[in-house]
Design a protein around this ligand. Structure first.
Ligand SMILES: *Cc1c(COP(=O)(O)O)cnc(C)c1O
Length: 443
């Protein structure tokens, strides 16, 4: 088997996401190569022609402890021999119970009820539906609207697009979507001369307050990506915004949904990003890294108050939502193995050292004449490239692959989101090759 064999078959039969298929087939400036992968080991991916690629974006932000992780593999093998899956309506099993208990414990049991689905967009939809329905069950029928931040990303199904504010994903489908209202983002890059990131956060919170003052009666929830708006280009913001937003949501009786699908599971330095603001949300969406990057799984955690709003003998007052693979035993077991690694390897502590090393390796980009806003929080780092080349992102991607690294800029934002198992040497290699790729892409 060679790359070339599989490439053509894939182009014929597989409809790849997030790219025009024509770009995969073409050879011009706008082309994007398609790479058949034969296996993965640690931070490395290997193709069929013997090339390797350092997976510096954790295969779309899902992989935490490397490919073919021996401990997750072993847990899944054991689970396969016991139970692969069982209907979660009317049945239960050990992995789903244990995972629910352990996730709740990670919120200090403030969010003690876990609802399961298979992907991030479904988690968003569940949180929106639950928020709306819980208000209605409490006689607050008017609360039917949602608020999201400018530049927010919460998934791409028709329901989730309502709270996603990224034009490229949304515009084509706008007629199908019942859009939420957007309020200003606290993106720290918006700081004016002399302003701190905290000032920007206060300014954005003041705009939120103004909106809530006028419209709170019709608003069910505000949904945010805590600390980093990842998909719109790693927009980082001060925790002060979350503190103020929490207080405003309490004051105006609006739910706060924290979408930690990307920023959860240790990415920002704490297990959940909202911990850094010392707040608790009403809903918490978790996915991506929770299964270690092995299997599709998402969870929405919520409070006793929300749970109680549905607790009744009437079916119509219950939460009406189900997926075939809800609470899949294998996916839950992969998540348990992932949580085990966090504990036994003291991952959050180790990541503090690793993120300092990452900052050190990337510091030279801060002096580059074509780079601005070099920024980092925990295990996510990014910078913006000053360019008006519409093909910059694809050129950089190709130049990076040619140098054995997988980095996929979002527009002109280059970001790093590696597995936590990356070694210091591997990250130094990554930073060096990224610098070479940048020069080549800017030429
Ligand atoms: C990726 C992502 C989603 C959507 O998750 P999918 O599994 O891709 O549907 C939702 N919210 C955030 C913050 C994300 O990063």
């Amino acid at each position: 088997m060679s790359n070339a064999d599989l490439l053509q078959r894939s182009l014929n039969a597989v409809w790849h996401p997030c790219t025009q298929m024509k770009q995969h087939a073409s050879r011009d400036d706008g082309s994007l190569p398609l790479i058949p992968i034969s296996r993965g080991q640690g931070v490395w991916l290997y193709d069929f022609d013997g090339n390797r690629y350092l997976d510096a974006i954790s295969s779309w932000w899902v992989n935490l402890f490397g490919h073919a992780n021996p401990r997750i593999n072993a847990a899944l093998r054991e689970q396969l021999e016991q139970l692969e899956h069982v209907i979660l309506a009317g049945f239960t099993h050990q992995p789903v119970i244990e995972l629910s208990e352990r996730l709740s414990a990670l919120t200090d049991n403030a969010l003690g009820h876990c609802f399961f689905a298979s992907d991030g967009a479904s988690a968003t939809e569940i949180a929106l539906k639950m928020s709306f329905h819980s208000w209605r069950n409490r006689g607050r029928d008017k609360k039917q609207d949602f608020l999201c931040l400018e530049g927010s990303y919460h998934g791409e199904t028709v329901g989730a697009l309502a709270v996603t504010d990224v034009a490229i994903f949304k515009e084509a489908y706008a007629p199908l979507v019942r859009s939420a209202r957007t309020v200003p983002s606290p993106d720290a890059r918006q700081a004016k001369d002399g302003e701190t990131s905290e000032d920007v956060a206060r300014r954005a919170a003041a705009a939120l307050e103004k909106h809530l003052e006028q419209h709170h009666e019709s608003i069910a929830a505000l949904i945010v990506e805590p600390l980093i708006q990842c998909a719109s280009g790693m927009a980082m913001y001060d925790p002060e915004y979350l503190r103020l937003a929490r207080a405003l949501c309490d004051c105006y009786e609006v739910h706060l949904i924290c979408d930690e699908i990307a920023v959860g599971c240790g990415r920002t330095g704490t297990f959940f990003a909202h911990e850094q603001a010392g707040i608790k949300p009403d809903f918490l969406c978790v996915s991506k890294g929770i299964s270690g990057g092995y299997l599709p799984l998402s969870i929405v955690l919520t409070t006793d108050t929300v749970f109680a709003a549905f607790y009744d003998s009437a079916t119509a007052r219950g939460f009406l939502h189900s997926h075939s693979y809800t609470g899949n035993a294998l996916a839950c077991r992969a998540a348990l193995a992932t949580l085990d690694i966090f504990k036994s390897d003291q991952v959050l502590d180790k990541n503090r050292e690793l993120s300092a090393h990452i900052g050190h390796c990337l510091a030279p980009f801060g002096n580059h004449s074509r780079v601005k806003h070099l920024r980092q929080r925990g295990m996510i780092a990014a910078f913006d490239v000053i360019t008006d080349d519409p093909y910059f992102s694809r050129k950089f991607y190709r130049e990076a692959l040619a140098r054995e690294i997988l980095l996929r800029p979002i527009g002109s934002t280059v970001y790093f989101m590696p597995p936590y198992t990356i070694s210091n040497d591997e990250f130094a290699f990554l930073a060096q090759r990224a610098a070479e790729a940048l020069e080549a892409a800017l030429k």
